[in-house]
Design a protein around this ligand. Structure first.
Ligand code: TLP
Length: 343
């Protein structure tokens, strides 16, 4: 039996069109600036994001790290949401490698509000590190795939500017956010000095993320990427799949969102599980398990025995992520298994 793998949209396999493009890719040494496929991907992505330039990096984590390294100096303060991916899931790279001091902002399901930011920024004082960067995340992973609209983002960005901060957007799933908000991705990137987004999540490419910004920012980011080991030589093989992802995979995310809503509505009807299905906006569904069900790890082990995979999102919470490699039938099967298990 095939597993219904709802652990993450990162598990998606490349499409046959991607594999064909990879095999046929024209490549060169990208460290010499000679890989035509990488150049084409970087130019295409910059245009889509409404930025001057773009840089292909191995992963979202590397893209965020290179952004922090490029924007900040050691000891400076980086403001970010308390459950943001950069803070929660990136091995502390912003402190360990960029030497930055995180200062957490309390968000609303991951969204930073102007008031939240104003409360977190301290007035200049000899005792405090100098704040220099604000990181936003859209969609917000631990918030449950929540979307910030352009107007919500612009309010926070305007305040951040007044406070003299630069702005980086972790847009790992920015195409999901744009689709749910009914806007172009460039509208969500507008006002941000840099934006990182992933090709290897819902868009299905095997590897790769992009960091976009001004030409000056990207020139500097390119050197930081080299320093952290991201000079990838014939990376056109990867870029070729990324181009197919941008051309063919963004609109179908609507299917993942519909499947997530279907899953959420079904889970909300199962006793001992708590979630507000109306709050599910994209492809992430987080559910709270009643105490009587035991802990998340135990629940996930029992689920796996029935052929369904999800991830631990806290002692009593579990995350499901919909994506192209699980169809409606698979989601329905997962629901039936969970209903049976919980009963
Ligand atoms: N998120 C992964 C795990 O790391 C949790 C997932 O399965 O959701 N920003 C955001 C908002 C992300 O969700 C992720 C990956 C990243 C950055 C990092 O991307 P990668 O995995 O390419 O380093």
């Amino acid at each position: 039996m095939d597993l219904i793998d709802l652990r993450s949209d990162t598990v998606t396999k490349p499409t046959s069109e991607m594999l064909a493009a990879m095999a046929a890719a024209e490549v060169g040494d990208d460290v010499f600036g000679e890989d035509p496929t990488v150049k084409k991907l970087e130019e295409t992505a910059a245009r889509i994001m409404g930025k001057e330039a773009c840089l292909l990096v191995t992963s979202g984590t590397m893209g965020n790290l290179v952004a922090v390294l490029t924007h900040t100096k050691k000891g400076e303060e980086v403001l970010l949401e308390s459950e943001s991916h950069i803070y929660y899931y990136e091995v502390g790279g912003l402190s360990a490698l960029a030497g930055a001091m995180p200062r957490l902002v309390q968000g609303q399901r991951g969204r930073i509000t102007p008031q939240g930011l104003a409360d977190a920024v301290r007035p200049g004082n000899i005792h405090f590190p100098s704040p220099s960067l604000l990181c936003l995340e859209n969609t917000h992973n631990r918030g449950g795939g929540t979307v910030s609209t352009p107007s919500e983002m612009h309010e926070v960005i305007a305040l951040a500017r007044q406070l003299g901060l630069r702005i980086h957007l972790d847009g790992a799933r920015i195409f999901n956010a744009a689709l749910a908000a009914g806007v172009r991705v460039s509208a969500l990137a507008e006002g941000c000095d840099s934006v990182m987004f992933c090709l290897s999540k819902g868009l299905g490419a095997p590897v790769g993320s992009l960091l976009a910004g001004s030409r000056e920012f990207i020139n500097s980011a390119r050197k930081w990427r080299k320093m952290v080991g991201g000079g990838m030589r014939q990376s056109g093989v990867i870029a070729a799949a990324g181009l197919v992802a941008l051309e063919t995979m963004t609109e179908r995310l609507a299917e993942d969102h519909a499947n997530a809503k279907f899953l959420a509505a079904g889970l909300a009807n199962i006793p001992k599980l708590t979630l507000d299905a109306d709050l599910v906006q994209t492809n992430i569904v987080v559910v709270e398990l009643g105490q009587e069900l035991g802990g998340a790890d135990d629940f996930l082990t029992r689920l796996k025995a029935e052929g369904v995979l999800a991830t631990n999102f806290g002692p009593h919470s579990v995350r499901f992520v919909t994506h192209k490699d699980v169809n409606r039938q698979g989601v329905d099967y997962a629901l039936q298994v969970i209903a049976r298990m919980v009963r």
